[in-house]
Design a protein around this ligand. Structure first.
Ligand code: SAM
Length: 255
């Protein structure tokens, strides 16, 4: 089947690792379920995968062009309804068996995954599931080449500490978007630290994780003041941000 897409959604479709992770997670569902919401459906690819598992799928997309593509791509599936709407303006009325929401980005800071899930979780049945199920955030000390917050899309950075898992989020639970924590990192050599690297791993379900891929959560690099450290020094860093409010909310300092 040939999918109509926008340029952005085409790049998402080309990311085979991302697409196959979602495909595998959906393949694991039981058939004959009642209702699934596909939030931020884009070109409609995930609703296409969901089609044979649900009697009804409501796919919501705020981008006009993407929603036109999704309507066209899914027109032969009578159980799928594509709605061009902001999730926050949609009048949810029924509880679903599944919510699919791929509005992910590194540490969930820049996209709307957290506010959207906090908004719709009431419309999930008690035994309902969410795909993806959650994320794991990992942090490392680094030496960066740029002195502003940026995503690591082929820029080099030297890793200077052991990795630490600093946060795990289960999407089934209400999420506090205000993140603030002091994290201790252990230097792995004598070096000059000037930043942090955050990596987010996506948990599709209990058995399936997907690391950063070209279009899913590229590592985030955050500058710090330059600091000389010795091997095995313990460095405390205070990290603060608001999930869903953008990378402008990030504050990071030695503590
Ligand atoms: C990363 S894309 C995923 C698209 C598609 N689900 C896929 O996996 O290829 C996220 C989509 O969510 C949409 N989106 C973001 N915030 C939204 C909102 N508040 N309401 C509806 N759609 C939204 C974006 O326009 C974008 O198409």
């Amino acid at each position: 089947m040939k999918f109509k897409t926008t340029h952005y959604h085409f790049d998402l479709l080309k990311d085979e690792e991302r697409i196959s992770a979602f495909y595998e997670a959906i393949e694991d569902l039981s058939v004959n379920q009642e209702l699934a919401y596909d939030l931020g459906c884009g070109s409609g690819i995930l609703s296409f995968f969901l089609n044979s598992y649900f009697k009804e799928i409501i796919a919501i997309e705020q981008d006009v062009k993407a929603s036109i593509c999704a309507k066209k791509n899914l027109e032969n599936f009578k159980n799928i309804k594509v709605i061009n709407e902001d999730v926050f303006n949609y009048n949810f009325s029924k509880k679903s068996d599944l919510i699919v929401c791929e509005m992910l980005d590194t540490a969930l800071i820049d996209e709307e995954e957290v506010p959207v899930l906090n908004h719709v979780r009431n419309y999930l049945k008690e035994d309902g599931r969410i795909i993806p199920q959650g994320i794991i955030n990992i942090i490392e000390l680094a030496h960066l080449e740029r002195d502003y917050i940026h995503y690591d899309e082929d820029v080099s950075c030297e890793i200077l500490s052991k990795p630490v898992i600093y946060d795990e989020i289960n999407f089934l639970n209400e999420i506090n978007p205000n993140f603030e924590k002091v994290i201790t990192l252990k230097a792995k050599k004598d070096s000059s630290v000037n930043g942090l690297k955050i990596t987010t791993v996506t948990k599709l379900n209990d058995n399936l994780v997907c690391g950063p891929t070209p279009m899913l959560n590229p590592p985030l690099l955050i500058p710090l003041n330059e600091k000389n450290v010795k091997c095995n020094d313990l460095i405390n860093v205070k990290l603060k941000y608001i999930m869903g409010k953008g990378i402008g909310t990030i504050e990071a300092n030695y503590y």
